[in-house]
Every structure is written in structure tokens, then in C-alpha cells.
Design a protein around this ligand. Structure first.
Ligand code: AMP
Ligand code: MG
Length: 478
């Protein structure tokens, strides 16, 4: 436990001075514990890699406190707009903050749960997570990390031996409890709740917490400028997050304000999907009938949510100052799109014209219906992949006239670290993907015969992709 650096700072917010941020809760007692996924790579980075299986279960299945950490788990309070309707009844309804620690760069990390039992915010829910939901969250986080998206990591998944009933799944279905590792769990909705309660003092305390922990460069600012600068940071990081989802071909599915973090870190994976092609109307959640959170509308959703956060912060800063920050979204988004797409394509930034290239590229992707991941795979590092692209299963697309402008731009660009192409991952004809039929094909043998081999194999394939890409996952983090 050499690198284990506990630092339960959330407790410092306290419950005094009318600062209502959380409620102490207890974890459910589960009948069984079977470790189904242990993120050893990240466990080692935070000094928990040496835990025995029994210790792992004690902490991440029975939630016995980690040394010098939170004495009891806390359910975090928040509200949120769900599909644009304000809901003042939500909060951590099946999760809690379990522990906080510092990473190898001394940044604060939370260990939060999903499926750990009922809390004061469970409403009609059972406080539980289905095993399938947990498996899906592992797959989403592993893929997104490999694709260079700033995402929470799934730290642990333990099957818990209960039978759950869900309207939208064959029931009864198996249960699990998950632990996620994330730089904070401060949602836009936490600010919304405090604004709803007209608790200016608590909003100021939460802004101070966020600046101290995530945006320390703003520490010298005071008053209204401090609040507006904090908001500006959240605007910028949210724009970057959406751009990264776009470059990954990812549809989060439920972009409610309670699912957006002030650090711009992607988290809480429910009905997510990867888009097979660049179809702006591609929607992940079956219950999103209007396509509010469709692939091509994620930037709009991010901006709308930011406007709600700005509304909450308007108790402390003038509308003008906050609006100015909000207006920076579209510029930040263009810059972030250029950055995210060029990084994924493995080519260096030129500066001016980068966004125009990305817009053109996406237009071509949309019009041709080219397989999303395949194109990035085929053209990784631009000119350095010309021969590979010529042998692609979709090489015919690259011979068409309408591709010529994009081909010229791709091959004129400077490849970024082209030595990455030496990785065996790039020798295969096809990339690693995670389309919905693949997700179902991973789940089916688990459900039918408790066969985890396809799941394990997929995790290996994703690890190879992550190593091959070698994106510095921290590039966008605060
Ligand atoms: P989500 O759509 O997963 O972000 O959840 C929205 C809200 O519903 C959050 O407050 C969750 O804590 C709560 N919730 C979701 N599923 C359950 C459940 N099975 N039991 C209790 N609360 C839940
Ligand atoms: Mg949520």
C-alpha cells in the first residue's frame, strides 16, 4: 500500500453552516461475493494493487472502510434535469462516495459505488445494479479509455447473488455492485439542488471545494470573477468531453444534468452505444424517443446543461459574467473537435484549418456511411498508413472522388508518433469495436452458462488497442 494516499476531503465540506452536501449511509449486506472484474492496472496506480481477494471483497463488496478514509459512506445530494424536466427527488439513490485518495500526480480521486444499496434518494428503486449493467459499464469505460476519452474507470465489479426485477430486461436477472474511480463526483445537479434551496453559502463552499481540488489555478481569484472563471473552466472541459465522445463515435445516452461532472469527466454508463456509422440521429436509449441525446445532438445537450449550471451559479455572479463564459462554448467545442479528431487520427495539429478539415471529414463519414472505427483505424497516422488503407475491407470508399480532398489533407499532415503502427494491433484487417451486437454476444454466454471467456478475451483486445493508440489519457484532464 506504498502509493495509497487517503485524503477524505469531501468530509471537510461538513454539514455545518447550512452546507447540505451528503448523508451518511450504510451499504447493503449481500448474500454472495464473486469478483468478476478487478482493475489491477488502476489499483496499482492508487496503491491498492496488493490487496488479497478477501481484502478486495471486504472493501469493495462489504464496504469496510479503507484505512484513514471516510469513516462511513456518504450519499451525495443532487437534483437534476432529466430529459429537460427538473427533478428535485433524485440524489445518490443506489450509490455513495466510499473513499477518496490521491493519484500518482497527486490529484484527488473518488471511489464511488453503483448498486451498493438503498439510500434516502432511492425513491421507488431497489438501490441495486444488474450484473449486465455492471458488465456494460466495464466495457464502456475500458473502450473509452483506449480511445483516449477522459472517463471514469471501472475499478471493481462483484457479483452479489441477488435476483433483481427490471421492466426492460429478462427478469429475474443477476445482481452486482460496482466501484468507479473518478476525479470527483460533483455533478451539475449538486449546484442545482443548492440553488433550488436558495443556499448561496453552500454554493460558494462547493465552488471553493471544486477550485481547491480541480482548478487550483483559479485560487487567486475572488468574488464574482472567481465564480465566473470556475464556470468558464467547466464550459471548456464539457466542450472537450463532448468532442472526445464524437471522435470516439460514442453516444452516452442519458445526458441529464445529474450525469455531468464539473471536471468534464465522462461517467455513469447506462444505455450507451457506439455508433456504427456517423449518423447524427443515432440514439442509444430506447426511452429517448425524440432523439434528444442522439449522436449529433450531444454538443447541444452539453451546452443546455451548462446553461442550467450557469443558472444555479447566478446566485453568486451576474448573468453577464456567466453568459460570457457560456458563450465560449462553441469556440471551445470547435477547438476541442480539432484536437480530439486529429489525435485519434494520429496526425499533428496545423492550427488554422484543423476544424474545417474535421467538419469535412465528418460530413464525408456521414454521407458515405463509412464504418466509424474502421476509418480511424485505416488512416491512423495519415500518410504512414496509406498502404494499410489500400488493403482495408472498405478500401473501395477511399478510391472514390469524394474522398480525394480528405485523402490529400490526411496524407499532407505530419504523422504523430508513427512508430505506434508497429504494434501488432495495426496488422489486423479490422479494429477493435464495441457495437451493440458485440455487447450482447459478450453478455449471452455469461447469462446462459456463466461463461466469462468472451468477456475476458474482449478485455485483452481492448488492452491491445489501448497500448497501440498510446493516447495520454490525461491530456484533457484539469
Ligand atoms: P441514472 O439514470 O442511472 O443516472 O439515475 C438517475 C437517478 O435514479 C439517480 O438518482 C439514481 O441514483 C437513481 N436510480 C437509478 N436506478 C436506481 C435503483 N435501482 N434504485 C435506486 N435508485 C436508482
Ligand atoms: Mg446518474
Amino acid at each position: 500500500m506504498e502509493n495509497y494516499k487517503p485524503d477524505p476531503v469531501f468530509e471537510s465540506l461538513g454539514r455545518e453552516k447550512g452546507a447540505p452536501f451528503y448523508d451518511p449511509v450504510t451499504a447493503a449486506a449481500f448474500p454472495e461475493h464473486h469478483v468478476r472484474y478487478r482493475n489491477q492496472r488502476w489499483a496499482e496506480k492508487v496503491g491498492l494493487g496488493g490487496l488479497t481477494e478477501a481484502e478486495w471483497i471486504a472493501h469493495f463488496g462489504r464496504f469496510e472502510p479503507l484505512p484513514d478514509n471516510l469513516s462511513a459512506p456518504v450519499a451525495i445530494r443532487y437534483h437534476g434535469h432529466q430529459f429537460r424536466t427538473y427533478n428535485p427527488d433524485i440524489g445518490d439513490g443506489r450509490g455513495f462516495l466510499f473513499a477518496q485518495l490521491r493519484d500518482d500526480r497527486n490529484r484527488l480521486l473518488d471511489l464511488g459505488t453503483k448498486g451498493s444499496g438503498k439510500t434516502p434518494y432511492s425513491r421507488f428503486g431497489d438501490g441495486r445494479l444488474t450484473l449486465k449493467g455492471g458488465v456494460r459499464e466495464v466495457l464502456a469505460t475500458e473502450m473509452l479509455e483506449a480511445l483516449g476519452v477522459y472517463t471514469s474507470k471501472t475499478f471493481s465489479l462483484i457479483e452479489t447473488g441477488e435476483q433483481l426485477y427490471r421492466e426492460d430486461e429478462p427478469s429475474p436477472t443477476r445482481s452486482a455492485v460496482m466501484v468507479r474511480l473518478s476525479h470527483s463526483h460533483v455533478r451539475f445537479g449538486a449546484f442545482q439542488r443548492l440553488a433550488y434551496e436558495k443556499n448561496d453559502e453552500a454554493i460558494a463552499a462547493l465552488v471553493d471545494y471544486c477550485i481547491a481540488q480541480f482548478y487550483p489555478a483559479l485560487n487567486s481569484k475572488s468574488g464574482e470573477a472567481r465564480v465566473a472563471a470556475f464556470f468558464g473552466k467547466v464550459v471548456q472541459h464539457t466542450a472537450q468531453l463532448v468532442a472526445q465522445w464524437m471522435a470516439a463515435g460514442f453516444v452516452h445516452g442519458v445526458l441529464n444534468t445529474d450525469n455531468m461532472n464539473v471536471t468534464g469527466e465522462s461517467f455513469d454508463y447506462g444505455p450507451w452505444r457506439f455508433a456504427p456509422v456517423a449518423d447524427p440521429s443515432f440514439t442509444a436509449a430506447y426511452f429517448d424517443q425524440t432523439g434528444l441525446y442522439a449522436f449529433g445532438r450531444q454538443a447541444e445537450a452539453g451546452a443546455w446543461n451548462l446553461a442550467q449550471l450557469g443558472g444555479a451559479l447566478s446566485l453568486l455572479a451576474s448573468a453577464d459574467a456567466l453568459n460570457e463564459a457560456l458563450q465560449s462554448f462553441s469556440g471551445a467545442y470547435e477547438e476541442a473537435m480539432a484536437e480530439a479528431f486529429l489525435r485519434r487520427l494520429g496526425i499533428e495539429r496545423k492550427g488554422e484549418g484543423d476544424f474545417a478539415f474535421v467538419a469535412n471529414f465528418l460530413k464525408w463519414m456521414t454521407e458515405t456511411g463509412a464504418p466509424y472505427e474502421q476509418v480511424f483505424f485505416d488512416w491512423f497516422c495519415g500518410s504512414a498508413s496509406e498502404e494499410r488503407a489500400a488493403k482495408s475491407p472498405v478500401a473501395e470508399l477511399y478510391g472514390q472522388d469524394k474522398f480525394s480532398e480528405i485523402r490529400s489533407a490526411l496524407t499532407a499532415a505530419t504523422p504523430e508518433k508513427p512508430e505506434r503502427l508497429a504494434h501488432e494491433y495495426f496488422n489486423a484487417p479490422k479494429p477493435c469495436t464495441m457495437l451493440i451486437d458485440e455487447v450482447e454476444a459478450i453478455w449471452a454466454p455469461i447469462a446462459e452458462k456463466d461463461d466469462w471467456s468472451i468477456f475476458e478475451k474482449k478485455l485483452e483486445a481492448i488492452a491491445a488497442m489501448r497500448e497501440a493508440h498510446d493516447f495520454a489519457a490525461s491530456r484533457f484532464s484539469p
